[in-house]
Ligand binder design. Sequence first.
Ligand SMILES: [Cu+2]
Length: 545
Amino acid sequence: MPAPLLRFRHGQNVELRVTNRLTERTSIHWHGLLLPNAMDGVPGVTFKGIDPGETFVYKFPLRQYGTYWYHSHSGMQEQLGLYGPLIIDPAEPEPFAYAREHIVVLSDWTFSDPMRLLAKLKKQSDFSNLQQRTLGDFFDDVSAQGLKRAWADRREWGKMRMDPTDFADITGANFTYLLNGRPATAPWTGTFQPGERVRLRFINSAATTHFDVRIPGLKMTVVQADGQHVKPVEVEEFRMGAAETYDVIVEPTEERAYAIFAETTDRSGFALGTLAPRAGLTAQIPARRKRPLRTMADMGMAATAMNESTMPKKAPDEGGMAGMSASEHAAMSGNKPAASPPSDMAGMAGMSHGASTPPVSPADHVRMAGMPGGSMTEMKNQFGPGNSMMAMSPVSRAHEPGTGLGDDGRRVLVYRDLIALDARPLPAPEREIIMNVTGNMERFIWGFDGKKFSESASIPLRLRERARITFINHTMMEHPLHLHGMFMELENGADGLAPLKHTVTVKPGEKISVLVTADAPGDWAFHCHLAYHMDAGMFRVFSVA
Ligand SMILES: [Cu+2]
């Protein structure tokens, strides 16, 4: 891993003969490529898959250039290592110069059977989260915020059956993070001559991990996103959703080793590489940052909804603590991570806290399906048991770097920074489609509009029609939504210079839209690129005819 580099030139016609030497059916999907539908490689959507011993011939013209990748679209084969980089060189020079380049493939590896991991997620969605807040954290919060606030906060999280440390379904407890197939204990090295401009083609081939990437000591100039030119933007760090690609240019001037540090968004681990004048040098590994916590904005709470003045002033009295039994006190002083779900906070929520009226806090604006109580602002869950939470006032978060990022003074890339280099006429959309990104975390059901793929029908688009697709993420996780066959123009405020993306990472509680020109006939897959979410149902088909 990764699989061999495939490298072509823009304008070529390629023929790829894929022979299946496995004992199970397989497929190869060319991620981000515009190609005839029958060549897209999605079993059950564009072809039946490739049987053991069979050779499937992919044939298509290369209508674009840039950094892409390819991977199996069958079962969990991608998680098992069936992915590789695919680079298409331009026929004409690009609008930036560099002396050398390196391809940097990030991924996550597990020594467990991924299907067993998925089964475990369905049984206990937080099994891999060993970072749950402990009762010791609670007492830290008490000293920082006072008892009332700390108590109310925990109570709200508990009611949601959510944990503010939920950033990844599977964490460093079960994963080894790889950079070009190598673990951090034996990192890959890319070389440079001091003073050279070096292009790094980052590909996030992880099955279910988002990375925060930086190279301490170097600024990175982002020149392409998802293989498409963007106005160069200088950053110190960027977040990569699963399946996204970013091309950056760096200019190391010192005769020393630099660390390519790709920290997972939950901070449970990292992938590591080295940039050095020669092989054998070791870079200093940066300290890992504090585990972040989910915020009110992640619940789809816009600033207005959080206005303190709209909230009753009443808070629970402190009898809650005083009223605890001796065994509860003993449990709290144990200061151990919760051993089983629901999290320690859910446990706290269940404790008696006297006869006071339940407090109304911002979290009450987010209605939990099947939970009693609520407030005047309560919203009904419109999506049934496949969804457990409603974002009440979702807004675009294109100007935000992402939860847990951007608060340490570093300049972090945000989606708003992505401005296409070439203006395109942008006819108004003829059709509006709303896709509610939904989930039931506890049952590990993921889908759109509360429905899994198996419960859904395909979404029709007329050939050449312009559609706006608005994503409303009611869940508290990032979902890298990937459309096959056509680029999405991300409506990030760049007007006629909307960047083209094959994968748009939608933040928790966010509402953001894309425009699509349905210029490719056929049935096209659209799904969350987190393999476990896709498998659990976050998948649809767009039928262009
Ligand atoms: Cu997802």
